[in-house]
Ligand binder design. Sequence first.
Ligand code: C2E
Ligand code: MG
Ligand code: MG
Ligand code: MG
Length: 290
Amino acid sequence: YVAKRRGSGFTVYDPSIDKSSQESLSLLSELRRALDRNEFLLYAQPKVELATGKVVGAEALVRWVHPEKGFIGPDNFIPFAETTGFIRMLTSWMLNRTAILCAELQKKGITLKFSVNLSTRDLLDQDLPTHFADILTRNQLSPSSMCLEITESAIMDDPIRAQLTLERLHGMGVELAIDDFGTGYSSLAYLKRLPVDELKIDKSFVMNMEHDADDAKIVKSTIDLGHNLGLRVVAEGLETLAVWHLLKQMGCDQAQGYYMSKPMPGDRFIEWLEQWKAPEMPGQSENMAI
Ligand code: C2E
Ligand code: MG
Ligand code: MG
Ligand code: MG
């Protein structure tokens, strides 16, 4: 404090800035330590095919169990991790763990497509494609057993390099999804140009579509847009059976959401799979009678 005063009298001393950069430093070292001490957890949330109710995939989502602060959700550390190089180490950890879970299920005869989220920094990482190829080989997984989710804003950051990375990944046979579609500063031109397989409609449009006619129209138009471009369309944020029916009527391919299940740790996810029963579909029995 005294040192600051000795400098130029006009220096603005903002203790909050000092404090927050110190906090950032300690958060970064805590994150690094968390990897060493195995404090991260892989959670998985099922994705179902709406026409049949069959579980066809899962999204891998990270959680942090901090020794003092307890359970921390990704929104509280991913944005920070993205501003540092740390996100690349976390992504690598997630790809490894997800591949292990995916391979474990395949050995039990359960074939699900697992998705992992990538961030901007990952798309600028030239080594990601070969690194991921190694992970797949080590786990004896075909590239198409995994899917990588990217957001529109991650692509917009450096579209040319992002496109290059995505083309290399896609060339390997890895599937790609556009996440949170509709919330970024979307450019339909990128949707056309990038080698994507899946479009995920953001949950903010899906959660209330039963009560909000505009949301329902946005969802329906997005499903049609995705299908017209030859993409698989997935809705996130399916919380009620009514929304299931609506999405199914609209021709949406798959969904994930709290109605089926919240994200769960790997072992609980496997138990959940064993007890999952698709809801009865009105109209299904009539169709069968014909
Ligand atoms: P996301 O990739 O869009 O993941 C979907 C989020 O929606 C998850 O939140 C999930 O729990 C939540 N969700 C799913 N269904 C429902 C529902 O029916 N209702 C409600 N209210 N929410 C639902 P989560 O796990 O908190 O993750 C938040 C975000 O953090 C993710 O959004 C993703 O952007 C990021 N994230 C999570 N794990 C990772 C990771 O390993 N790497 C990176 N780069 N980002 C991650
Ligand atoms: Mg995602
Ligand atoms: Mg999403
Ligand atoms: Mg999201």
